[in-house]
Design a protein. Structure first.
Length: 114
């Protein structure tokens, strides 16, 4: 499974960005897709994930601001990020889980200026 992430960039606080991640390869094995992030000096943390059936899980820090969605026909997962805060600044990684395997995309930088 290969994951290619798009989006990210520099935005002012209060602004919005949309990330997308397209999966290719043995996609039939994927049941969960989502996003993690890692800020400098911090561990990688879950942002939001979504199952094949549309069940979502969000980090408390992004609830009400971020929305994860998935287009199974396009094998793509999206992360709409609204009301961005400087503390959302991080490298965002696309993630997919299939069986006992976990796959990672290349990461995309999100920078929120105050």
């Amino acid at each position: 499974v290969q994951l290619q992430a798009f989006g990210g960039g520099l935005v002012q606080a209060g602004g919005y960005l949309r990330l997308s991640c397209a999966a290719s390869g043995s996609i039939f094995s994927i049941n969960i897709m989502g996003w993690y992030r890692q800020a400098p000096g911090n561990q990688r943390e879950l942002v939001a994930v979504i199952s094949n059936g549309g069940i979502t899980t969000y980090a408390e820090s992004v609830k009400g601001r971020f929305t994860i969605s998935r287009d199974n026909a396009k094998n793509t997962v999206y992360l709409q990020m609204n009301s961005l805060k400087p503390e959302d600044t991080a490298v965002y990684y696309c993630n997919a889980v299939g069986g006992s395997f976990r796959y990672w995309g290349q990461g995309t930088q999100v920078t929120v200026s105050s």
